[in-house]
Design a binder for this molecule. Sequence first.
Ligand SMILES: [Zn+2]
Ligand SMILES: [Zn+2]
Length: 225
Amino acid sequence: MGYHIDTGLILEKLKESSECPLCEIKKIVEEQFLHEFLNDAVMEDNTRIRVGKKGFCERHFNMLFERPNKLSVALQLGTRLEKIEDLFSHITSVGTAKKTAENIEKSLSTCAVCDFVEESMVKYYKTIAQMFSREPEFYKLLISSKGFCMHHYAELLKYSKSAGFMAKHYVDLLSEVEQRNIKRLQKELKEFCDKHDYRNAMKPLGSAETALPRTGVKFYGDNGK
Ligand SMILES: [Zn+2]
Ligand SMILES: [Zn+2]
């Protein structure tokens, strides 16, 4: 199971007006992996080993379960249950019970789909930095964008070294874009609040109408739910 990084998708999503183009890309990447998990990938050794080891988080189990191919989900959960059995075989005392409890808690949050998606997203973070260092046109696109959600802004900063000798210039630009867009949201939120004054009741709200959910995306990202 693999994912080919689509630079065209980066350009396309940066041109759109969402609060985070990387959240939009993540939805597409996630959709592709969910599709693969329900189709050919179910037979791949590498995927079966990963599913056995990591299982699915609740969100991805629910997303897989909502789709038509229940047999694939059942086969993969069977693989996971086999592995989970190991967790119960080491309880030899109250002390080891505590350790087992911790391992069980930990096992509930690991997820093969999350891992595959995250691996692909890291490639996107690095590719964006590389595109910045190589393509002057990309600079213009990035500077006029609406910025990123907090998580993806942090991830871009984390992988900024991929911009090579342009890295400092890149982090400066990312910060400038993010700050400008946070100011924009502050302004839109103020307009939204002002609208609640009866004296402004007749004024058109414009983009401020959706300022609250878009501020939510800026803070917490948009996972499509
Ligand atoms: Zn995001
Ligand atoms: Zn997951």
